[in-house]
Design a protein around this ligand. Structure first.
Ligand code: URA
Length: 289
């Protein structure tokens, strides 16, 4: 089975949809209400913009739904108080960022595990550092741990993670082998609420250092929140897709979050286009290395 067919299968699109000729006198349905037709061939090489992406200006709706298993009450957890903001806080933050920017893997690992820079330290079960090959050519960046990730200390281990693994498999990739997977936030926001700007600001130095240490050939950002945080923009995901962005000198391709893809048939084929673009960017970066 071709990689493309394999990918469509893992996304739950077993057959290709071909547009039907309208019968005489039959009105054309509203294009916006139609599922996206799966492209009949692999996307062309060196796609830098995707007109289809603009048409798909659909933001990744919010994070994963709250899970059924109850979290331990916050007051049952033993966690240190977060570092308070106050006079000189900017200097302290600057020093913290400078220190993180020079850390090696073990120091970074320890710093994340012991982080108390925001209130999420009080409700987390585990920090979720990231997983994968530390010299990976591919890096994937998601939003924040959900309930399962918080419990297991590993990113993308729930339903969305299964889909992500299948998508990676269709590209010949696997977590732990040639991909490093991380999140913008290393701790779970309670109830899977959206991360607060202050939480993102405190966690960002960790992700920046991870990216600097891995130095991947390409970063694939999963979902609106991660894309807007990493690229520091408020542009909707539909407009961020299909273009190669740059973060600290590394090419970045934006695609939909797997949790969103689990629910939205119409954008699954577009995710394949995004991954094809990422593969091209990866291959091109390798050719120039
Ligand atoms: N969603 C994310 O963005 N990251 C995870 O690790 C799990 C779900």
């Amino acid at each position: 089975m071709s990689r493309r067919a394999q990918f469509l299968e893992v996304l739950g699109i077993p057959t290709e949809w071909l547009p039907r000729e309208p019968r005489a006198g039959q009105a054309q349905p509203d294009a916006a209400a139609q599922p996206a037709a799966v492209p009949a061939a692999e996307p062309p090489a060196a796609v830098m913009t995707a007109p289809a992406a603009a048409a798909a200006a659909v933001d990744y709706p919010e994070a994963l739904p709250d899970a059924a298993v109850a979290q331990p009450a916050a007051d049952e957890q033993v966690a240190p108080e977060p570092v308070p903001a106050g006079p000189g806080a900017a200097d302290v933050q600057g020093e913290r960022e400078a220190a993180i920017a020079t850390m090696d893997w073990p120091a970074l690992d320890a710093a994340v595990a012991g982080c108390t820079a925001c209130g999420l330290c009080r409700t987390r079960t585990n920090t979720v550092f990231g997983v994968g090959a530390r010299q990976a050519e591919w890096m994937l960046v998601g939003e924040a741990p959900g309930e399962n990730e918080d419990l297991q200390g590993e990113p993308f281990v729930g339903q969305a993670g299964k889909l992500l693994d299948n998508m990676l498999g269709a590209l010949g990739l696997a977590r732990g082998r040639n991909v490093f997977i991380a999140n913008v936030l290393k701790c779970r926001p309670p109830g899977n609420r959206n991360p607060e700007p202050e939480e993102v600001a405190q966690c960002e130095p960790f992700l920046r250092r991870q990216i600097a240490l891995v130095r991947p050939r390409v970063i694939v950002v999963l979902g609106r929140f991660a894309a807007q945080s990493l690229l520091r923009t408020t542009t909707p995901i539909g407009k961020l897709r299909g273009t190669v962005h740059v973060y600290e000198g590394i090419p970045v391709v934006v695609t939909y979050h797997p949790a969103y893809l689990l629910r939205t048939l119409t954008d699954k084929a577009r995710a394949w286009e995004d991954l094809c673009l990422a593969r091209e960017v990866h291959d091109r970066a390798g050719a120039g290395a």
